[in-house]
Each structure stands twice: as structure tokens, then as C-alpha cells.
Design a protein around this ligand. Structure first.
Ligand code: ADP
Ligand code: ADP
Ligand code: MG
Length: 679
């Protein structure tokens, strides 16, 4: 085993690798950028080396500096995590050239799977089933159009060098093909520096099921069962689970064998994932058996969702990686691998699901996790230690900032249960206990996905989020009057703390700001709400909002928690106040309100009229209008990229573009004015 390794990554994966290394007695070296000097991953490691500026290309992608750091600290191996340099064959080669072990597959295997088209040609030879399509080298547009016509619509055009759901275009009609091809190639060139594409049949209502494979340097290769990652947004995973509902033992063995064949065809060593797209059987219904499967791609690294596999097998995949990279044999044979129970992972991201999953930045003013076991203790080799019911893999702590420089995933919540129903219940409870204040996250959205009919009944396919739209988006969660009651409870508690007395037990003398009536101005989003609290002479309280009014009683439970009785119903609410923002969490969800001073904010929006500003810091990747163009409300005007996602900025009203203030390629700050609209 290694004595010391360098972890060439940040965030949760760097922390996660450090945890296993520590358990195995392996010392760790972190690397960090300017903005990460105090980051959790730096604290999690034994040593740390500064490698450059905030932008990934100035630090986490600077491989010479990373290699220098490894050599200077005496590390023997480099763990790349995922993202960044993990699938960079040149980096893998450079590690070897510097005398360092790259904890990942051989550079040749990364190269072979790096191009989706070339990988498909290899897989065809290895007898792995492929989606019918065209993956040749010749990318002549007329030829591609003929191939698409032959395959039959809908088809999917994919960037051969693609990843992260980027560059993919679904085409429903022959006449739309040429335009979609051009746009896919543009994005592929811009994102991956390579405009090669492949065309394949678009599988309707597919499931994404992937197989975890592991190979050692002694010719052994096993599969650690499957993960179902069908719940996606923008072709990116949101929830992942293992095992896949409806998977028969026979189909599992078949897919496992295909995945092992795929790995062996490229001389694979280490952890890898073979992704398959699964077509529903004709006439199949919810929760039915896993249908026909086709190879999609192989990810030559550890995957974000690997913890669900750890939870059902009891094996620590990072430990396996370290053992295999140091020359040991695989810790278990295929026959010895067993799975138990059901696990689900939820990716917690800083984003606004109601605004097209726009990434969010900001400070994690409040960050509370459910009660959990920080990390499952795994028994090497044997597996099957009792799994933690709830595991949190986070790379942040309360008070940390989510910056625009890296991706928007904040943490992962992983639950395990004896069966899917128990795992679902635990996930819902764990999400309800996850309190994040200070920036927008998808926590409430995830709870709604988990509670949706489709997910609850395991009616899984990649269109699940779209199909359940009505119950997933723009939901109010906790009713507003309950949230208002929470805010008021907190205000009263704060006042009683100031006065050194409990206003709820005092029968006399207590005045709310000298009177028996107090008005609370609360803002939720752009809407202003007024709540009025009235105190009767006998001490009873009455809360009024709009036309309605309810008797209110509050008991402080200590910390942020309050027992609130409103109109005869009782709930426990957690209230977190940060500056003017008050977040209230209840079992139905959460509501964020601004304590709003109507006078101070009068006239705020007076001059906003013709300005179009960047919703977050990022890069301008396309301008879709020119100065002088007449545009209609809703028409896309510019595309920005931040945190590895693209965002379209649309005209808020009809008008004429007066001026463009930035050019394609420019970096812009949050709130920067991008263009001006005139009437
Ligand atoms: P997976 O199939 O493992 O979910 P993703 O495509 O979602 O793969 O990417 C995995 C993770 O890798 C992302 O959440 C992100 O942290 C990281 N990542 C992906 N691409 C990049 C990139 N170009 N630069 C930095 N990190 C990346
Ligand atoms: P990436 O490299 O971006 O991960 P993949 O090829 O793995 O690209 O595909 C990502 C997602 O796109 C899949 O999980 C699936 O939702 C969708 N997808 C890919 N291929 C097809 C297809 N042929 N038909 C329908 N959906 C597809
Ligand atoms: Mg993929």
C-alpha cells in the first residue's frame, strides 16, 4: 500500500478519498486554488499545496504544478477524483513519466473510451450491444443526414468527445437535422475543442442503467452490480439508486457480462462504469422488468454515484482503487460479491429548479445535515458490514461559499434501507432535516421528486422530471401562514431573550413594541405579504394574513426549533434567521422570507427597465441578437455559461436592442449589464 498520495481534486470527492486513505493509514496531500485555502478538503488532508488561481484552468487543471506538488511532498501516487484531470490520458501518462502512480486506468484505456464514436467501434467488435446508429469517422453533413434518415426519427446527435450532457441534440424531423447538426458541432467545438459527432436512434422513454466494473493488474475483472440513474435533468443525474427496480437476476448477469467484456476489450484496470441505455419492452408498465440494453459510453473513473454501490455491497470502492493501484489483487471475486438492501443518492446542488436549474452562488449561512454516520466502516474483502442508514458526503462546511468557479454540486445524501420503501422513507426524512440557508438549493425539489408518483412507484425513465412537472415546480411547500408564524415565533423569542424574560408565560406588562398589535412585512420572491400579530389582554395571540386569521401559540423548544399551534393545529418548525432572510423548515418543506422594510425599499425597481443583467458570474458564450434588432418578449438574446451549464437570457419585453456591452468569450460578474433594450 502507498505511504502517501496526492489528491488532485477538491470538494466532496477529495474529502471522501481522504477519509478512506486515513482509515488505511495512507497520508494525504491536498492541492488548492486561491479561493480554497480554507476549504474542507484542505482540512481533511495531512498536507496541502497551493497551485494557483481560482479558475480551474489556473489550478486544478494545471497538471505540471500538481505533479511538482506530488514530487515535492514525496507522494507516490495521484488520485484524480472525477471531473478535472480524471479522464485526461495525457495527465495519466505524465504521472507515469514523473514516476508517480496514476490511481486510475491505463492511459490507453482512457484514450480508447475517450471518443464515444471510436469506443462504439471497439464495442461492436467485442460483441457489446449498441444503439442502432452511425459512429464512423466521416462527418460529411450530407452523409450524416442520409444516416439519420436511414436510422429513422427521432435521432440523437452526440458530440463524440462529449460529457456532462453537453452538445446533445434530439431531432424529430428530417428537415430539422441540418440545423441541429450545426448547433451540436458548434457546442462540441466550443466545449471540447472537437466537433466530431455520432448519430443514433433516440430511444423513447429509456432508462439509464450502468454497471460498476473493477479490474486489477492480474487479469481479474468483476462487476459490482448496477445503478439506475434515470432521474435526470438536462441529461445529468439527479437521483441514483441500486439495485435497479425490475432487474431480474438473468438480466443483471447479462449486463454484468457485457460490461466486463467492454472493460476487457480496452485492457481496463481500476474502477470504471459502463453506461447502458435501456429500452422499455413494448406495452410494459410501471416498475416492469428491465428491457433491452445498449452500450452508451464508459466512464473511465470513479463515478459521483459510487456510494450507492458501496451501500449495497459493503465494499469501499476507494479502498479498492488504492489496493489495485498499488499492485494488489481485487479484494473480492465475482462469486463472493453480494448485495443487500436498497440505496439511493440525492445530489444536492446550489441551483434554482424553478428557473431552469440556474446554478446559484453564495454563502452557506446555515448548513445542517440530518443525523448520520459520517462514513460507513467497511471491512476489507468481506463486505457486508451493516450499512449506515444515512451518509452525507460533503465538501463544504457552514460558512463556506459556493463560488462560480466550480460546479454546483454541494454534497450528496445517501440512504440505505432493507428495501426500496424503507430507503425512500429515509431519504425523505433526511432531506427534510437538511437545512440550507444563504443560497438556493434543490433540496425541496428533491423531496418532491422522491414523493412523486413516478418515483415512488419506480416508474423510472429519463423523462420522469418532465412528466411530473406539475407537482415538481413552483410549489409553495410549507403554507405561507405557517412560515409567517415561524418568523413571528422567532422574532418573539429574540425579543424575550433581549428582555431576559419569557413573554409567553407573562400575563401582564408585555407589549409588542409598546402596543398590542404588530405588523410584519414579509417578502417572498417578489411578492410582499403583510402578517399582523395581535395580542389580547389575556395574553392570547391572533395571527392575521389577508382575509384570514388564526389563534397562535408558540413554545420555544431551544435552538432554532419552535412548537407552533395555529388555529388548533400543531407543528414543529425550525427557523433560521440570517440578516434579513428568515428560512422556515417544516415537514411539508421550507419557505424563505425576507424581513421587508417597505419604506427602505421604495423605488428599488425604478430604473431596471431597459437593462439586461447577468444572473450570475460567468462567460458569454453566444450573442443571439445585434444592435438595432427588433426583438419580442421571450426571445433569446444571449447565452451565458457558468458552473458548466448554459443559460439563455431572454428579452423581458418587446423592444429594440440598443447596445451590446460584452462580446462572446468575455467573463462577466453577477449583475453585470449585458445589453440594453430600447422601445
Ligand atoms: P457522472 O456520470 O459521474 O455523474 P458527470 O458528468 O455528472 O458524471 O460529472 C461528474 C462530476 O465531475 C461532476 O459533478 C463534476 O463534479 C465533475 N466534472 C465533470 N466535468 C468536469 C469538468 N469539465 N471540470 C471539472 N469538473 C468536472
Ligand atoms: P454524457 O457523456 O453527457 O454522459 P451519455 O452518452 O452518457 O452522455 O448520455 C447522457 C444521457 O443522455 C443518458 O443518460 C440519457 O438520458 C440520454 N441519452 C443518451 N443516449 C440516448 C439515446 N440514444 N436515446 C435517448 N436518450 C439518450
Ligand atoms: Mg454519460
Amino acid at each position: 500500500m502507498f505511504k502517501k498520495i496526492l489528491i488532485a481534486n477538491r470538494g466532496e470527492i477529495a474529502c471522501r478519498v481522504a477519509t478512506t486513505a486515513r482509515r488505511l493509514g495512507v497520508a494525504t496531500v491536498a492541492v488548492y486554488s486561491d479561493v480554497d485555502a480554507q476549504a474542507a478538503h484542505v482540512r481533511a488532508c495531512d498536507e496541502a499545496v497551493h497551485i494557483g488561481g481560482a479558475a480551474a484552468r489556473d489550478s486544478y487543471l494545471q497538471w505540471q504544478r500538481i505533479l511538482d506538488a506530488a514530487l515535492a511532498t514525496g507522494a507516490q501516487a495521484v488520485h484524480p477524483g472525477y471531473g478535472f484531470l480524471s479522464e485526461n490520458e495525457d495527465f495519466a501518462r505524465a504521472c507515469a513519466a514523473a514516476g508517480l502512480v496514476f490511481i486510475g486506468p491505463p492511459a490507453e484505456a482512457i484514450a480508447a473510451m475517450g471518443s464515444k464514436s471510436a469506443a462504439k467501434s471497439l464495442m461492436e467488435k467485442a460483441g457489446v450491444p449498441l444503439v442502432p446508429g452511425y459512429h464512423g469517422r466521416d462527418n460529411d453533413p450530407a452523409l450524416l443526414q442520409r444516416e439519420a434518415d436511414r436510422i429513422g426519427y427521432p435521432v440523437l446527435i452526440k458530440a463524440s468527445a462529449g460529457g456532462g450532457g453537453r452538445g446533445m441534440r434530439r431531432v424529430d424531423r428530417a428537415e430539422d437535422f441540418a440545423a441541429a447538426l450545426a448547433s451540436c458541432q458548434r457546442e462540441a467545438q466550443a466545449s471540447f475543442g472537437d466537433d466530431h459527432v455520432l448519430v443514433e436512434r433516440y430511444v423513447s422513454r429509456p432508462r439509464h442503467i450502468e454497471i460498476q466494473v473493477f479490474a486489477d493488474g492480474h487479469g481479474q475483472c468483476v462487476y459490482l452490480f448496477e445503478r439506475d440513474c434515470s432521474v435526470q435533468r438536462r441529461h445529468q443525474k439527479v437521483l441514483e439508486e441500486a439495485p435497479a427496480p425490475g432487474m431480474s437476476a438473468a438480466r443483471r448477469a447479462e449486463m454484468g457480462a457485457a460490461a466486463v467484456a467492454a472493460a476487457q476489450a480496452v485492457g481496463y484496470v481500476g474502477a470504471g462504469t459502463v453506461e447502458f441505455i435501456v429500452e422499455p419492452e413494448a406495452g410494459a408498465d410501471a416498475g416492469s422488468e428491465v428491457g433491452r440494453f445498449y452500450f452508451m459510453e464508459m466512464n473511465t473513473r470513479l463515478q459521483v454515484e459510487h456510494p450507492v454501490t458501496e451501500a449495497i455491497t459493503g465494499h469501499d470502492l476507494v479502498e479498492w482503487q488504492l489496493r489495485v493501484a498499488s499492485g494488489e489483487r481485487l479484494p473480492a471475486t465475482q462469486d463472493a460479491l453480494r448485495m443487500r438492501g436498497h440505496a439511493i443518492e440525492a445530489r444536492i446542488c446550489a441551483e434554482n429548479p424553478d428557473a431552469g436549474f440556474l446554478p446559484a452562488t453564495g454563502r452557506l449561512d446555515v448548513l445542517r445535515w440530518p443525523a448520520h454516520v459520517a462514513f460507513t466502516r467497511h471491512a476489507s474483502g468481506s463486505g457486508h458490514e451493516p450499512s449506515a442508514a444515512v451518509r452525507v458526503d460533503a465538501g463544504v462546511r457552514e460558512g463556506d461559499a459556493i463560488s462560480p468557479h466550480y460546479d454546483s454540486m454541494v454534497a450528496k445524501l445517501i440512504v440505505w434501507g432493507e428495501d426500496r420503501a424503507q430507503a425512500l422513507a429515509r431519504l425523505d426524512a433526511a432531506l427534510a432535516q437538511t437545512h440550507i440557508v444563504g443560497l438556493q438549493t434543490n433540496v425541496a425539489f428533491l423531496r418532491r421528486v422522491v414523493a412523486s408518483r413516478s418515483f415512488a412507484e419506480a416508474d423510472l425513465d429519463t423523462a420522469l422530471i418532465e412528466r411530473e412537472r406539475a407537482v415538481l415546480f413552483d410549489q409553495q411547500g410549507l403554507p405561507l401562514h405557517w412560515a409567517a408564524a415561524g418568523v413571528i415565533a422567532q422574532a418573539l423569542q429574540a425579543e424575550s431573550a433581549l428582555q431576559g424574560a419569557d413573554p409567553w408565560s407573562r400575563r401582564d406588562g408585555w407589549r409588542i413594541h409598546g402596543g398590542a398589535r404588530r405588523r410584519f412585512d414579509l417578502k417572498r420572491g417578489e411578492v410582499h405579504h403583510i402578517a399582523t400579530l395581535e395580542r389580547h389582554h389575556d395574553g392570547r395571540l391572533q395571527l392575521a394574513m389577508g382575509e384570514a386569521s388564526w389563534p397562535l401559540a408558540v413554545t420555544a423548544l431551544g435552538g432554532d426549533r419552535h412548537d407552533i399551534t395555529l388555529g388548533g393545529e400543531r407543528r414543529t418548525l425550525a427557523v433560521h434567521a440570517v440578516g434579513e432572510t428568515v428560512a422556515v423548515f417544516g415537514t411539508e418543506g421550507s419557505v424563505e422570507l425576507q424581513d421587508f422594510d417597505p419604506i427602505a425599499h421604495a423605488g428599488d425597481h425604478a430604473e431596471a427597465g431597459g437593462r439586461l443583467t447577468a444572473p450570475m458570474p460567468g462567460k458569454v458564450v453566444a450573442l443571439l441578437a445585434r444592435a438595432g434588432d427588433t426583438v419580442e418578449r421571450g426571445q433569446p438574446l444571449a447565452v451565458m455559461e457558468a458552473m458548466k451549464m448554459e443559460h439563455t437570457i431572454a428579452a423581458p419585453r418587446d423592444g429594440v436592442v440598443a447596445e451590446l456591452l460584452y462580446a462572446v468569450g468575455d467573463q462577466v460578474g453577477e449583475g453585470a449589464e449585458l445589453l440594453r433594450l430600447a422601445d
